[in-house]
Design a protein around this ligand. Structure first.
Ligand SMILES: [Zn+2]
Length: 433
């Protein structure tokens, strides 16, 4: 499964004392991903028990929490905003001492800060290498990253290989046409960016006839995959999409399977629960709330952290990987629309649907109340007839239960985390996430 370049990377790791631990960790990961699911779960539960005991003993926030893991209340983003200090451990072993703070902006705008420990950081580096191995990346080739705040024009290497590939970075808020021109000059073998930015790039590349002949893979993360992205990336650039499910607070949650489009939970890093609305666990095929517990977060334990995401539980993987399967990550609760009938859905308003009807440069559906929806568009004046067609198509996507109004905007800003959102609910239930 590992490409030859990854084996070389491993041998390099082993030669460097400071990196030897990482190499050993990667070899352990290669063994644990093949363990039977039941054995993996047993090991995870042992770590959960140790983590919970540590939290109750050394973390003020958890001092009075129940002893049984399943009885712990869910930890919310608001808890993190309001009790960050009380969530830090007062007694951390050197191996787990905090080495990095991760900052992320919640939907309510208040930032969240999470401290990550040394062991967590090493594991995240090892998981990055696992991802390279699973997808057989050649680490000597060039990669290009379009992300929220890289330092402009940064060139680093993404490998320890003596001929290690360059990693070029550009801020994702660069206009799409400039991103495309930059990609053409950089001629990368790998591109990594947010899923909706990837879709924007592919659509624009198709319109302008921009080819990326050397591209081997379009890597995505941080957002739910637009339904059409895999097909269109193959058509326009001849490259597969490889998605990763991650968050700032704890890194990789699940990586795309080496052979399928589903995801494997990174069980060595995180315990993932998928819960129904009544709090009971989802069966295979059911979609539920994603609740995560990073297993090595001793500096700042996050026990049963409710990410505000929903995912569908998958069955066993034919490749023999024992890591639990997420069939799909279907959406953020912030992007979950509730219709007057009570039905809830994640409409995808990608410009591939409505953009075919009218020259829309950008659009976003905003739910202001149960009945009131606004379709915000950045576009030249469409005229009454075209407006009616766009609204009609959008209403159809919503099942015809609501009426929409269309409003023009000069610009639709990205969210605080630098991502585009094509659908946002402002209902109070969502806002508390
Ligand atoms: Zn699989």
């Amino acid at each position: 499964m590992s490409g030859p370049s990854l084996l070389e990377e491993l041998s390099l790791l082993a030669q460097r004392p400071l990196r030897a631990a990482l190499g050993a960790m990667l070899q352990r990961l290669a063994a644990s991903e093949r363990l039977p699911a039941a054995e993996l779960e047993r090991q995870q539960r042992a770590r959960l028990t140790a983590l919970l005991q540590h939290a109750r003993r050394t973390v003020p926030f958890y001092a009075r929490h129940p002893e049984r893991f399943e009885e712990l209340p869910l930890l919310t983003r608001r808890d993190l905003q309001e009790h960050a200090e009380a969530l830090e451990s007062r007694e951390v072993a050197p191996a787990h001492a905090a080495v990095r703070s991760a900052h992320t902006s919640g939907s309510t705008g208040a930032p969240v800060t999470v401290k990550l420990g040394r062991a967590q950081e090493h594991l995240l580096q090892a998981l990055t290498l696992r991802d390279h191995g699973w997808h057989q990346r050649d680490l000597t080739l060039t990669a290009a990253a379009l992300r929220a705040d890289p330092q402009l024009g940064t060139v680093t290497r993404w490998s320890l290989h003596p001929r290690g590939g360059r990693l070029l970075s550009l801020p994702v808020d660069t206009p799409l046409d400039e991103q495309l021109a930059w990609l053409q000059r950089a001629a990368p073998s790998y591109v990594v960016t947010y899923a909706n930015n990837a879709l924007g790039l592919v659509e624009r590349a198709e319109a302008l006839g921009v080819a990326l002949p050397g591209l081997r893979e379009l890597g995505t993360f941080g957002e739910v995959l637009p339904p059409d992205l895999r097909r269109r990336a193959r058509e326009v650039w001849g490259a597969p999409v490889v998605d990763a499910y991650s968050c700032c607070e704890l890194g990789f949650i699940a990586l795309q399977c080496p052979e399928h489009e589903h995801y494997h939970v990174q069980a060595e890093n995180v315990w993932v629960e998928l819960l129904r609305e009544d709090g009971s666990p989802c069966a295979v095929g059911e979609t539920g709330r994603v609740v995560v517990t990073p297993l090595h977060a001793f500096a700042m334990p996050l026990l049963r952290y409710d990410l505000g995401d929903y995912a569908t539980r998958g069955g066993p993987c034919p490749t023999g990987l024992g890591l639990p399967v997420l069939e799909r990550v279907v959406g953020r609760s912030r992007h979950l629309i509730t219709l007057p009938s009570g039905q809830r859905l994640w409409p995808r308003f990608g410009s591939n649907v409505l953009g075919k009807l009218a020259p829309l440069r950008q659009l976003r559906l905003v739910q202001h109340s149960l009945e009131r929806f606004v379709l915000e568009v950045v576009a030249p004046p469409l005229g009454a007839e075209l407006e009616a067609r766009v609204l009609g198509a959008a209403e159809e996507l919503l099942g015809g239960e609501v009426t929409l109004t269309l409003e023009y905007r000069d610009d639709i800003p990205r969210s605080a985390s630098g991502k585009y959102e094509d659908c946002v609910s402002l209902l109070p239930a969502h806002h508390s996430q």
